[in-house]
Ligand binder design. Structure first.
Ligand SMILES: [Zn+2]
Length: 239
């Protein structure tokens, strides 16, 4: 049966001599695998669209529990993101993270919409891509039920002030009196930047300026958090 879905190609893999296997996060069907036949041939009309960052409407036909590509209409391309190496590595982290967090054949509407917003932002010149990636990681954690409570101590429920600690294995903040042995110090700069990121939309990010050091520490903190939640290391990240 023919079906049409809107989606973004997360990754591609060579398959047999001339085919590719596309991993696509779609609006309608969540993450799916699609076989694109003959796309490695020079004459293939789908060739240009069978690569990461392509946002398109894909025509598919079901076959043996999977999908085969029969048509593509490009909606928007994010190839601009691939022309600059640092922009590329941060943008690629977005795709990599989505691919690792999402299971096949499950819907991820929030993640799909947020990924699109994030990539659109990253395309703009005046935007700090590193900060945008931090916002995306925070959103992913929230969608997946790991939102960090920035208001109260996770143990006693007291309002958080200074001298905060963070438990990586639980992904929670504790106050000084509840600090456990394996809790690490949560720098005030990281804590404040998390608050700022939570309360600002992608559009507002261009008005926020963090120093390089804070941004770097923030990204390390967030990627560590991802590692503890999912055992995922983002390969495309240059730190
Ligand atoms: Zn406490």
């Amino acid at each position: 049966m023919d079906t049409s879905v809107k989606g973004i190609v997360l990754k591609t893999k060579d398959y047999k001599d001339n085919d590719k296997l596309l991993t696509i996060l779609t609006l309608e069907k969540g993450k799916i695998l699609v076989k694109a036949r003959g796309v490695k041939k020079a004459k293939s009309k789908f060739k240009a669209f069978c690569q990461s960052f392509c946002f398109a409407e894909f025509e598919l036909v079901s076959s043996n529990g999977g999908y085969i590509l029969t048509g593509v209409n490009e909606v928007e391309n994010f190839y601009d993101l691939t022309t600059d190496i640092s922009r590329f590595s941060y943008a690629f982290c977005v795709l990599e993270l989505v691919d690792k967090v999402c299971y096949e054949n499950q819907e991820y509407l929030n993640i799909f919409i947020d990924m699109l917003k994030c990539l659109k932002q990253m395309k703009m010149n005046e935007v700090n891509v590193e900060l945008t990636l931090c916002k995306f990681i925070l959103n992913i954690l929230s969608f997946e039920g790991f939102k960090i409570n920035l208001n109260e101590c996770s143990n006693c429920g007291d309002k958080l002030n200074n001298n905060l600690f963070f438990n990586m294995s639980r992904g929670e903040i504790t106050c000084e009196k509840c600090r456990a042995l394996d809790d690490i110090v949560l720098e005030n700069a990281i804590y404040s930047s998390l608050k700022i990121l939570y309360s600002n939309s992608y559009d507002n990010l261009k008005t926020i300026k963090f120093s390089k050091k804070i941004l770097n520490n923030l990204l390390k903190f967030l990627t560590n958090n991802i590692y503890f939640r999912y055992e995922i290391k983002l390969k495309s990240l240059i730190l």
